[in-house]
Design a protein around this ligand. Sequence first.
Ligand code: TRP
Length: 452
Amino acid sequence: MALTENSSRGSWNSKLGFILAAAGSAVGLGNIWRFPTETASNGGAAFILVYLVCCFLIGFPVMMAELSIGRNTRKNPVGAFKALAGGNKFYPLIGIWGVICGVMILSYYTVIAGWTVSYVFEEIFFFMGMTDWATWIANTENGTLNAIFSIVFMGATISIIIGGVSDGIERATKTMMPLLIAILIIMIGYVVTQPGSGEGLSVYLKPDFAEITPGLIFAAMGQAFFSLSLGMGALITYGSYLNSKENIPGAAAYVTLTDVSIAFLAGLLIIPTMYMAQSQGITIFADDGSLIAGPALIFQILPELFHELGGVLGLIFGVSFFLLLSVAALTSTISLLEVPVSYAIDEHSIPRKKAAMGVGAGILIISLVISFNVSLIDIIDLIFSQVGLPLGGILICLFLGYVWKTENAFREIDSGYSGFSNTLFGKIWSILVMVICPIVILYNLLSAIGLL
Ligand code: TRP
């Protein structure tokens, strides 16, 4: 957290600090691991179209809602709902649900983040000709390895949360994002010249509208919430450290655009690479069209590309890619851990260091169980991100619109963007939050489970 010394709760040191931290929270495994995997399992370009609509029509307004609640109350999600609930005992449960979702998402996110670190070694071993070692460390089903790398990753996350990382997050994100974008673009340039990738490009870019089903819309909506870090109060927490002069709609727009662009580039690299690998005889899809690799997809596909490139270039690109991905994952795990930690600090008066270590260790125990049972990832992801986050999103919108009331939210947003409430954009935003988002999200959730 970018905490300044002179205030007890702290605040971001600069506008850029906040935007970078929020963008760092958004950009992570969601963009490079989850987005391409979801796109590949849901028919390519049609999924992307629906995903974009979800990000701008639902994600962006919900992000503004979270930021304004956080900045107004200056509290963790549970405390924030408590502060605005006027004594009602049930509203803070929205925050509790958020904390639970955050804890569960972080538990499996840590295991996958561990894979990004182990693949840095995989690339090095491969370059050195130690192919047995490379194969050994690349095994995402090896429970002991998963556990070790999860411990390493959780340790790094905890130490940053303890240290107060004003400079850490800022510096990491400022250098990481441009580098990540550069590597993605260079690798895209390479892969499109390879045989077989053309089919992948057309799957990725030419939508087939017949593929848009309730299942696809449900997956796209869950992906939008996950990738933008919404629905569980991470941005209420980050908003609580935000100065009232800052422009909330502007910051939310910047974060949404950055996140969507990086996901789009990642897909542009990974989907054609899958087809390139397929043309070389690697089986990617099962007979029923489902992905064979499951959550490990990009970890099987991308090394193919780096090995194909080969030599020192393959080493440089492979190592830097997985290193940057681990940093991107780290700026996301920080935001996931900060939510339960700020809850423990604010609501239970536990000192930051103790809270970070206690909560982090508790979540690590779940990560260790997942390390030995990787198949749990899909089910936890289904419950706590695909369903849990949009559900949180509905509750946040309804709470803002009908309990806290939009005029209060407008007052909060206007303080950094004067006159926002009178703009057309402001009016559209209030309709989105009060009516459109809750109805669309609820409709999608119900139709995905077959009730509508
Ligand atoms: N958005 C991150 C990613 O794309 C993951 C993440 C960080 C997250 N904080 C979150 C997801 C809060 C949901 C809620 O990798």
